[in-house]
Design a protein. Structure first.
Length: 470
């Protein structure tokens, strides 16, 4: 910190002192330092016996009395002032010894100007050091560091104002409480001319008798309450035992009921499974019977056979581990059959177009974009057994074509339900599965079973069309 630079003790911003602080006289400095001492002197006007115990007062009286005032020279006087006073003292002593000299006026004026400048600088430095000591004393006697900036001083004043307001509120509350106590004393009429009445005991005697009777009644009620609590405890114990017994009985009965229910559900599930199997077998046999009963041109054109391993259409097998040329030919026959069925049902496919071209048949899929344009995509229903990255990750372009083929069959089923609402295909089609088996080529062994299910459904559709359409 420089001689004329100070930092705020709270926000640490530079503070510029007013020039009036640098021109304080000793009486003003003493008023700043002794403010706390004067406050303590005001407290001395109170009688110590009113708020100090007798033992502490006796100990205080035995202590030696110190009548001398506290000297603050070490805080107020600076080293420069001490040295200056000492120098002046020596000069005054030596002035009596030295003889008078005759000095010219110009020399006296120059000497006085130089001395005034040195005295001003010395006084300014001394005042700054004294102010530093004053700030240290104020910081030690208060709960905040000095000096303070203008904003911090305003905040401190607001804080003191709040504390003062709170103290005023507390004082008002105490005065109100004191007023209530005085009013209560007046109502009771216990005092007469500031002294307690002599016949107070006679007035209080009926109240004491009533108080004793109430105490006796309280003991009787407490005894009765203890008896009732003991009875309540016994009843709660008995109730808890009864609840435990009831819970045990209920749990045993519930366990028996749940066990019986589980057995019935298991038996019902087994019977339902057998019934579903019989229904599926019945539908398959029904299709076979229909094939035997109805021999027509459709059967001659599309000879569909199902054996234990693979399904065949016109002698071409389709399934897993079948050579690709034979699979391509079988798929071409299926596309041709679906084309014939859609024409026979007068079914117009909105998003698909079947293009039967033998071993290189394909499906054209149409999609509508957001701008209203219609795009088409060719889905090939044949494979050249070439190695592709999609095949490496169990995905093949042919999978998309097979799913589209299955969607066409689902559309045909919906058209048939318009003819007969109770009609159902032997195997249910759901997304990319038929009869619960995936139609994707990459499904390997499942693909063989799904192809068999597909041919079964197509054979059933072909039979239904031949019997129910002209």
């Amino acid at each position: 910190m420089g001689n004329d630079q100070y930092i705020c003790g709270d926000c640490e911003t530079p503070v510029k002192l007013d020039d009036s602080l640098k021109r304080l006289n000793r009486s003003q400095l003493n008023s700043l330092i002794n403010a706390k001492q004067n406050k303590n002197d005001q407290l001395n006007d109170l009688n110590p016996e009113d708020y100090i115990s007798a033992e502490k007062m006796e100990l205080y009286n035995r202590l030696p009395k110190q009548d001398k005032p506290i000297h603050y020279k070490s805080y107020l006087d600076s080293e420069d002032e001490d040295s200056e006073d000492e120098t002046n003292f020596h000069l005054s002593d030596s002035s009596d010894i030295n003889s008078y000299l005759v000095i010219e006026e110009e020399e006296v004026e120059q000497h006085n100007d130089h001395a005034d400048e040195e005295e001003f600088e010395l006084r300014l430095s001394s005042r700054i050091k004294v102010l530093e000591n004053i700030f240290n004393i104020l910081s030690n006697t208060q709960d905040i560091e000095h000096p303070l900036s203008e904003d911090c001083a305003n905040l401190l004043l607001e804080n003191y104002q709040l504390k003062f307001d709170q103290s005023q509120k507390e004082k008002d509350q105490y005065l109100s409480f004191l007023k209530k106590l005085k009013m209560q004393d007046q109502k009771l009429n216990l005092y007469e001319n500031g002294e307690l009445k002599g016949h107070l005991e006679d007035d209080i005697e009926p109240s004491l008798n009533e108080f004793r009777s109430l105490i006796k009644l309280e003991h009787e009620r407490l005894s009765e309450l203890k008896s009732l609590e003991a009875t309540r405890s016994d009843l709660e114990t008995q109730l808890r035992k009864n609840k435990e017994e009831l819970s045990s009985i209920n749990n045993n009965q519930i366990n028996d009921i749940l066990k019986l229910r589980n057995e019935l559900q298991l038996d019902l599930g087994d019977r339902q499974t057998k019934l579903d199997q019989l229904k599926a077998s019945y539908n398959i046999h029904l299709n076979h019977i229909d094939n035997l009963r109805n021999s027509n041109i459709y059967k001659l054109m599309f000879d569909i056979k199902i054996d234990d391993k693979y399904g065949k259409i016109n002698g071409f097998r389709i399934g897993y581990k079948i050579v690709l040329p034979e699979v391509n030919a079988a798929l071409g026959q299926i596309v041709l059959l679906l084309t014939l069925i859609t024409k026979r049902l007068d079914l117009r496919l909105k998003n698909y177009k079947l293009v039967p071209m033998g071993s290189q048949s394909h499906i054209v899929k149409f999609t509508d974009s957001e701008d209203g344009t219609r795009h088409k995509k060719i889905l090939n229903l044949y494979s050249s057994d070439e190695f592709t990255l999609g095949r490496l990750f169990n995905f093949n372009k042919m999978d998309v074509a097979m799913i589209a083929l299955l969607e066409v069959v689902a559309l045909i089923e919906m058209q048939l339900k318009r003819i007969d609402s109770e009609l159902e295909l032997p195997y249910k089609i759901y997304k990319d599965t038929i009869g619960g088996k995936s139609i994707r080529v990459t499904a390997n062994s499942e693909w063989t079973q799904s192809c068999k299910n597909l041919l079964t459904c197509l054979n059933w559709v072909l039979t239904f069309i031949s019997a129910n359409t002209n």
